[in-house]
Design a protein around this ligand. Structure first.
Ligand code: PAF
Length: 283
């Protein structure tokens, strides 16, 4: 495995791989790898000849009061995990090289970016779309692999790839969960033991929603209030949103009419914000 820090060197390596006829897979991460990331890497390895994992805590996707400074970082641990996973390249650029001092170009999806996560984190998806566009231009993958846990991010990245004609396929891998159902996330390390135990309610509430929908519930307000009640009964976390989304358009809906809906939620346990979702077939 090669660790590459320079943007230009990564571009040259990607060119070389392409000239050699290699199929390149990119797994973009912000590091602090967990089993969810390792599954994305395995997926990329199954589909590609060379796998690049990017590791960059992207400042532009954090708001001024968010956790950029305290976001967990452990490069040596990540490096040995990537090595063990037989990654070919670990791209770990410096912030000053990704965002030069007079940096001034951003990519902004205009619609889905402003609901749910985007309402609470107004500049988040602009930062995500911008850095992903840059990573695609630097690593030149044929396939980029993302996790379904960040369902809104995935929707926006796919839309950006389509709208801006990026020559890449986006592959979305399923959510990887702990044995008790909590979706894997680098931010889970922030949870106190009590919060960690209570956080299983996110997945429980999604399972509950699935059962209600399968039993015929079509009224989103009813579903939301039952899910919120269930979540609030666990250590009084604060619910940022529980939403039912049309996954084709990524728009909120009041009545369930589509064959598949996305139920998405964001909940704060103390200062830790967790998100989770489930794609639910209504038939
Ligand atoms: O999902 C993430 O870890 C990040 O949002 C991403 C896609 C690596 C962009 O910084």
């Amino acid at each position: 495995m090669r660790v590459v820090k320079s943007v230009v060197e990564m571009q040259h390596e990607a060119d070389r791989l392409r000239v050699e006829g290699k199929h390149i897979g990119l797994v973009p991460t912000m590091g602090y790898l967990h089993n969810g990331h390792l599954q994305l890497i395995e997926q990329a390895k199954r589909m590609c000849d060379a796998v690049i994992v990017s590791m960059f805590v992207n400042p532009t996707q954090f708001g001024p009061k968010e956790d950029f400074e305290r976001y967990p970082r452990d490069f040596e641990r990540d490096k040995s995990l990537a090595l063990r996973s037989e990654v070919d390249f670990l791209f770990n650029p410096e912030t000053k090289d990704m965002y030069v001092p007079d940096y001034g170009t951003y990519v902004e999806e205009q619609e889905a970016s402003h609901i749910l996560e985007g309402k609470i984190r107004p500049t988040h998806f602009r930062g995500v779309a911008t850095v992903v566009a840059k990573l695609l231009n630097i690593c030149k993958p044929h396939i980029a692999v993302f996790g379904q846990k960040d369902a809104q991010q995935v929707f926006i990245i796919k839309k950006m790839v389509r709208d801006l004609n990026f020559d890449v396929s986006v592959f979305v891998a399923p959510i990887v969960r702990e044995a008790d159902g909590l979706a894997m996330s680098s931010r889970n390390v922030y949870l106190s033991p009590e919060e960690r135990a209570n956080a299983t309610v996110l997945h429980e509430s999604l399972k509950y929603a699935e059962k209600k929908i399968k039993d015929g519930e079509r009224n989103v307000k009813n579903l939301q209030s039952q899910m919120q009640q269930m979540i609030r009964s666990k250590g009084a976390p604060s619910v940022d949103y529980v939403a039912v989304i049309d996954p084709e358009m990524f728009r909120e809906t009041d009545t369930i009419t589509k064959p598949t809906v996305l139920v998405a939620l964001a909940v704060r346990f103390g200062s830790t914000r967790l998100i989770d979702n489930a794609l639910i077939s209504t038939e």
